[in-house]
Write a protein that binds this ligand. Structure first.
Ligand code: ADP
Length: 167
């Protein structure tokens, strides 16, 4: 039986932290489906199509069966549709805990056949958050330690188009 896992997120933009979780997750399952949420409530910097394209580009050449799709439904319905037996989430220190704990608990009630599995990124990558990457970029800071080179260029282009802060 093929073991499928889904890794959902906003990926606005995909960071080296996400990539580390993807690499670790891909080793746990036969098939990993990265689900990019439309999530308009988060007011993303990149459209869902752009985010999917960026994640696809970043995972090129990764070993294993890793794919990227967009979804706009309940996470458990998405996971069920993909035939997944687990949902992968990254866990960063205390900041993520409350939210992740609540979400995993409610998802358990919605569908007890699918388990949420938490992974920790490499210690050096744990503080990375898409929200901070965007904030640093908008103030003209260097984000190249936190995201891949092509994502760095994409963010710079978008920030230039919108206009930097504090200038
Ligand atoms: P969401 O909008 O669901 O929080 P994100 O794109 O921010 O989506 O993150 C997707 C998942 O990746 C979440 O489980 C988040 O905790 C995890 N994640 C993001 N950055 C890191 C990191 N640096 N280390 C570990 N996990 C991370």
């Amino acid at each position: 039986m093929t073991r499928t896992g889904v890794y959902p997120g906003t990926f606005d933009p995909v960071t080296l932290g996400h990539m580390d979780i993807i690499r670790r997750g891909a080793k746990l399952v036969d098939r990993l489906v990265i689900g990019v949420t439309t999530n308009p409530s988060k007011n993303p910097l990149f459209s869902v199509e752009e985010r999917v394209r960026m994640v696809k580009r970043e995972i090129e050449g990764l070993p294993g069966d890793v794919s990227v799709v967009t979804f706009d439904s309940l996470l458990m319905d998405f996971a069920e549709r993909e035939g997944a037996s687990m949902i992968l989430r990254g866990l960063r220190a205390v900041a993520d805990f409350e939210y992740e704990y609540q979400m995993a608990g409610m998802n358990q009630q919605l569908n007890c056949r699918i388990e949420t599995v938490f992974l920790m990124a490499d210690v050096s990558l744990q503080p990375i958050a898409s929200r901070l990457v965007k904030e640093i970029a908008f103030y003209g800071g260097d984000i190249s330690k936190f995201v891949g080179p092509r994502v760095t260029a994409d963010v710079a282009r978008r920030v230039d188009a919108i206009g930097r802060k504090g200038s």
